[in-house]
Design a protein around this ligand. Structure first.
Ligand code: AMP
Length: 409
């Protein structure tokens, strides 16, 4: 297990890129003290009024709409903005030591971050059938960056990589084996960088004890849980795609697959319509009819909206059941970690999830829980709780920056 501490040695600046279909998010991180020098977002790539927003550590903000027709133009603009005399943070392009890319799907080809080469790009391309919405856009970001900064080393960190240590009985679906052999259909898991980051932080917080058993709950708009033993993932709630698992902001999570055939026949819905329904219009949004956003949901609960209350109950009950199943998988646990936008900031769902689990050794301290919000980290369990409960903030970009630094070094 590798434990990270901020490197006080040579200054290095790493640019982290998360390239989507019509957006690119970026962060420039100085690795000496692991400080964010600048972060930004380009949206609506492909349009005449694409949006660019950048903020820097010295408080400069830039916002503009302009024509950005493709990813290469977007990447060029990011570099231009980082070098901008008034709004930028770099004097010279050579100050960027490395570029780290978030790549969604590494299939079973990548269990670690890697230096990007032609062979690596081919393998990312081979994983497109598994991540058809993300991998092509991740590749666009990589290729655009290669054109704009051809001499800077690039690294890919995969959302799936941390989960490659799952045993076969955890990742094989109960369908004919040939679908695994021929189509690579199996469970892969996602949010790997976040689960890895917060579990490493938890291990440090628990005095680097050996063989720790940890259940990490990444609860954001998307969400997943992970069962971790001695720093290695042994099970996780997402599957072939991020649709499986807990109920999320707009995704259904686990459902009876027969629902799909049932509504396809009865309502004459197409595969694409059902795909959209399950990914975009289900989950907290679909049940409550209010919003996918936890803040809006809680507002509606405070107004006694019955469907908002139901959505919260479904959301937290499902997570409780996953925690129960991972306690069985791990044969007990030392700690449960909450992270992600909801996990870090919203005390009410954490209270509902952990309530009435005393017989399993989980005792939440309601007051501590209420006070651990908005960037605060720490233990929220009672003193006599056998299983520690921790709130830790995640930082997926920092994981990618650290991976990039390690690899290019
Ligand atoms: P993420 O996808 O990790 O950015 O998380 C987004 C989710 O976190 C949304 O459902 C937000 O409503 C929720 N969230 C963020 N900040 C807060 C907050 N202060 N209180 C409650 N929920 C929050």
């Amino acid at each position: 297990m590798k434990i990270y501490i901020a490197n006080m040695g040579k200054e290095m600046k790493i640019l982290v890129i998360n390239s989507g279909s019509s957006s690119i998010k970026y962060k420039l991180i100085s690795m000496k003290k692991e400080e964010v020098l600048a972060k930004g977002l380009i949206e609506k790539i492909g349009s005449k009024d694409a949006l660019l927003e950048q903020k820097t550590f010295h408080g400069k903000k830039y916002k503009d709409a302009r024509e950005i027709l493709n990813h290469e133009q977007g990447i060029s603009l990011i570099i231009e903005m980082l070098l901008n005399g008034e709004y930028g943070v770099l004097k010279n392009i050579n100050e960027i030591d490395g570029i780290g890319h978030r790549v969604l799907h590494g299939g079973d080809k990548f269990s670690n971050p890697v230096l990007i080469t032609e062979e690596v790009k081919d393998k990312i391309r081979e994983c497109i059938p598994l991540g058809p919405l993300h991998n092509p856009n991740n590749l666009k970001g990589i290729e655009a960056m290669e054109k704009v900064l051809p001499n800077v080393k690039q690294v890919a960190t995969f959302d799936t990589a941390f989960h490659q240590s799952m045993p076969d009985y955890a990742y094989i679906y109960g369908i004919p084996y040939k679908f695994y052999q021929e189509e690579k259909i199996r469970r892969y898991g996602f949010h790997g960088s976040s689960h890895r980051y917060v579990s490493e932080k938890a291990i440090q917080t628990l005095d680097n004890k050996k063989n720790l058993k940890i259940i990490t709950c990444h609860l954001g708009n998307g969400g997943s849980l992970c069962a971790i033993k001695d720093g290695k993932c042994i099970d996780t709630s997402m599957g072939l795609t991020p649709l499986e698992g807990i109920v999320m902001g707009t995704r259904s999570g686990d459902i009876d697959p027969a629902i799909i055939f049932n509504i396809a026949k009865k309502l004459d819905m197409t595969i694409q319509e059902i795909d959209d329904m399950l990914n975009k219009y289900s989950g907290i949004l679909g049940i409550s009819g209010v919003s996918n956003d936890m803040r809006e949901l809680i507002k509606a609960i405070n107004e006694n909206n019955p469907r908002a209350i139901l959505a919260m109950n479904v959301f937290t009950y499902k997570i409780k059941k996953y925690i129960g199943s991972y306690l069985a998988t791990l044969n007990g646990a030392d700690a449960i970690v909450f992270t992600g936008g909801i996990g870090e900031n919203s005390y009410f769902p954490r209270e509902l999830i952990c309530k009435d689990l005393e017989n399993l050794g989980i005792k939440i301290d309601v007051e501590k829980n209420k006070n651990t919000i908005l960037g605060k980290e720490g233990f929220i369990n009672k003193k006599d709780s056998n299983i520690k409960i921790l709130v830790l903030s995640t930082d997926e970009e920092l994981v990618i920056a650290r991976d990039t630094k390690d690899i290019i070094n």
